[in-house]
Design a protein. Structure first.
Lengths: 193, 92
C-alpha cells in the first residue's frame, strides 16, 4: 500500500508509530541501498541506515508534506551520510595511523575493497571498475548516474531530490554517460599499453 | 576500437544488473525497535523529577514577582515621603 503525502501526514498525526512502521516497510530497502552507495562499506551502511531512521522518527512531526516523502527521506539520508563521513574523516585525522584514502587516489581501476551485495558474482570485478569510474565523475553527474542507473529512481524523482528540472537531469545523465565512456576508454588503453 | 567499445559497454551494462541490496534482517529489526527505544530514552528522566523541576521553577518565578512588587511599593512610599518633606521645606 502506497500512501500519498497527505495520507501519510494524517496517519502520522493519528499514530506516529504506525506511520513509522509504514516508512520502514516502504523505504528501509531503498535507504540501505543509498547508504551503501554513499559509504561503500557494508558495516557503515548498516549503522547509517539506523541513524537515518532514528532521525526520521524524531523529526516525523516536522514533515509538512511540502516535498515527496521519498525526497525528504533521501535528503535526511544524504545529510546523515555527509555527517557520518565528516566524523569518520575527523577520526582518521586524529588517529596515530595514517590511513590512505582510497578514493583520493583518482581512477586507476584498482579494486576497491567493497563488495556490493546487489552485484552478481560474475560482475564483481566489472562492478569495481564501474564504481571507480563513477567516483571519477563530477559530483552531480555521479549522483544523478547513481540514482538513475543503480538505485533505479525515475527522472522525476531524481529531479526533486537534486532540486533540478527533469530536462537538467536528462542532460546531466547524458554528460555523465559520455564522460564515463571517456574515463573507461582511457583506463582500457592505459591497462593495455 | 571495436573491442574497446565492447569492453566499455560491458562495464557500463553492469549498472543495469545491480539489484537493490537486501537489508539484513537484524538491521531491519533494530530499525523497527526505534520507537520503543526512543520512548525508553525519554522515560530515563522520571515524571516525578520533571514535575519537581517544573514546580521549583514556578516557585522561583512567584518569589521574584512578589519581591519586585514589594520593592515597587516601598519605592513609591519613600518617594511620597520625600515629596512631603521637601514641599514642607519650601514653605519654610
Amino acid at each position: 500500500m502506497i500512501l500519498t503525502e497527505q495520507e501519510f501526514i494524517r496517519c502520522a498525526q493519528r499514530n506516529k508509530d504506525e506511520a513509522f512502521a509504514y516508512l520502514t516497510d516502504a523505504y528501509a530497502q531503498k535507504v540501505y541501498g543509498s547508504c551503501l552507495q554513499m559509504l561503500r562499506n557494508t558495516e557503515d551502511a548498516e549503522d547509517l541506515v539506523q541513524e537515518v531512521f532514528t532521525s526520521i522518527y524524531l523529526s516525523l512531526d516536522s514533515f509538512g508534506g511540502k516535498s515527496k516523502l521519498s525526497t525528504w527521506i533521501y535528503a535526511v539520508t544524504q545529510n546523515k551520510a555527509k555527517e557520518f563521513l565528516r566524523n569518520k574523516n575527523r577520526l582518521k585525522r586524529k588517529g596515530s595511523l595514517t590511513v590512505l584514502d582510497e578514493y583520493s587516489e583518482g581512477f586507476s581501476g584498482a579494486t576497491i575493497n567493497f563488495n556490493h551485495p546487489g552485484v552478481q558474482l560474475e560482475d564483481k570485478e566489472k562492478a569495481q571498475v564501474l564504481f571507480r569510474a563513477i567516483d571519477s565523475l563530477a559530483e552531480n553527474q555521479a549522483e544523478a548516474f547513481r540514482l538513475a542507473k543503480i538505485e533505479g529512481y525515475s527522472y522525476a524523482e531524481i529531479a526533486e531530490m537534486m532540486e533540478l528540472s527533469v530536462s537538467s537531469i536528462e542532460s546531466l545523465l547524458f554528460r555523465a554517460n559520455k564522460r564515463l565512456r571517456i574515463i573507461l576508454g582511457d583506463f582500457y588503453n592505459k591497462s593495455r599499453s | 576500437m571495436k573491442e574497446e567499445q565492447q569492453w566499455i559497454e560491458d562495464i557500463v551494462s553492469v549498472s543495469e544488473r545491480i539489484k537493490t541490496p537486501e537489508i539484513p534482517m537484524d538491521v531491519l529489526q533494530r530499525i523497527k525497535q526505534i520507537p520503543s527505544r526512543a520512548k525508553s530514552t525519554v522515560d530515563l528522566v522520571p515524571k516525578r523529577t520533571i514535575w519537581l523541576v517544573a514546580a521549583s521553577i514556578a516557585a522561583l518565578v512567584a518569589i521574584n514577582i512578589y519581591a519586585s512588587r514589594t520593592t515597587q511599593t516601598t519605592n513609591e512610599s519613600s518617594n511620597s515621603f520625600g515629596e512631603t518633606y521637601f514641599s514642607h521645606l519650601k514653605q519654610l
